[in-house]
Design a binder for this molecule. Structure first.
Ligand code: SF4
Ligand code: SF4
Length: 352
């Protein structure tokens, strides 16, 4: 109970106070939103900022993973086990999920389902995973293979079908399964058919996700998308500091700690490494304090400069009260729907 109060009440309140005061030194702990178990991938999707990445490729070591969980578990409300890469490529991914669950964490992952054969499906369902995004763009072979370069439409479709059937036969309520497509010029005319195709299936959510430019790092975005396909905040005269700097951290496979998922591409906002320092110390390191200070002065360095994909929060008490009421309203609607599957047109939740 005390852990829950700290995680869901005290820490978020400290986070909001830190942001409202734009204090570069904070007293909350970060919620670790993503742990990148690997940045290797078996596909080369045209929607992915990974194509513009200059980072080394690798897999997270188990010792590093355990250290992260040990330090992050008290504050992290939901953690994704992927960032830029295919998590099922990690040979210990199922052990990693189990470690998170043993430590009372809620976890999810997003997979392209290429490797989701019968054995992995069973292991994934047995692992205790809370949420699973299945990234499957388009409704036919030509579209899918244009977007998910290197993927085989029939194989992935078969894997997803078998996974959903297995979950149904085991009568499991978890993981929450999301079937996802990303809006592009190639998929734009297939949105309704995509929903129709999955509506009667055993999925909990159909997600038509806006396209992310990875804070402007995808250089050929115009050849794949139109502005209306993108998740973008309109350019603002008085841009607020990015809330993520006070709220969350993502951890890359080599232990580097960064502020946001867009930084999975090139690691420009890394402000420490978990192998060298404790997360609590990194969270108030000189580098992140300087970044908070700059944002508070409306100076946006590095990739933040071109980013139009930050969460639109304002450092104002009134704004946070409205936000809280809106969230309560949404939760009430969701409960009234009796946890029926819903169709979302939402911001990215991950697999770029
Ligand atoms: S979108 Fe996902 S599956 Fe596609 S290349 Fe990027 S990391 Fe790999
Ligand atoms: S402004 Fe954009 S790139 Fe910078 S931390 Fe926020 S979301 Fe990330």
């Amino acid at each position: 109970m005390t852990t829950h109060i700290r995680k869901y009440i005290i820490n978020p309140v400290l986070t909001v106070i830190g942001y409202l005061t734009c204090n570069p030194r904070v007293f909350n702990a970060p919620t670790v939103t993503s742990i990148e178990v690997t940045n290797c991938c078996n596909l080369n999707c045209i929607i992915c900022s990974r194509r513009f990445s200059d980072r080394d490729l690798g897999f997270m070591e188990m010792d590093v993973f355990k250290k992260i969980i040990h330090e992050a578990k008290a504050a992290s409300r939901f953690t994704w086990l992927h960032l830029l890469g295919e998590p099922l490529l990690h040979p210990r991914i199922f052990d990693m999920i189990k470690i998170c669950k043993e430590n009372g964490m809620r976890v999810g992952l997003s997979t392209n389902a290429v490797l989701l054969d019968a054995d992995r499906s069973r292991q994934l369902l047995d692992s205790g995973l809370d949420s699973c995004i299945l990234a499957f763009d388009g409704i036919d072979k030509a579209t899918y293979e244009k977007v998910r370069v290197g993927g085989h439409y029939e194989l992935v479709g078969k894997n997803i079908d078998a996974f959903l059937r297995l979950k149904e036969s085991l009568k499991l309520s978890r993981p929450w399964v999301v079937i996802q497509t990303v809006e592009t010029s190639i998929t734009e005319n297939q949105k309704e058919e995509f929903v129709l195709r999955w509506k009667e299936r055993n999925v909990d959510e159909i997600l038509i996700r806006k396209y992310s430019t990875g804070a402007g790092q995808i250089k050929d975005k115009d050849s794949v998308t139109k502005p209306e396909h993108r998740y973008l905040v309109a350019p603002l005269k008085h841009r607020p500091p990015c809330f993520l700097l006070w709220n969350s951290a993502v951890i890359l496979w080599n232990g580097d700690v960064s502020v946001c998922c867009h930084d999975g591409t090139n690691g420009r906002l890394v402000f420490g490494n978990i192998k060298r320092d404790p997360l609590a110390a990194i969270w108030n390191s000189p580098k992140i304090r300087e970044l908070r200070q700059k944002h508070a002065r409306s100076e946006f360095p590095s990739i933040c400069k071109d980013c139009l994909e930050y969460p639109l929060f304002y450092p104002s008490v009134f704004y946070f009260l409205l936000l809280g009421l809106r969230r309560l309203g949404k939760k009430a609607t969701f409960l009234c729907q009796g946890r029926k599957r819903i169709v979302s047109h939402a911001r990215e939740q991950s697999h770029f």
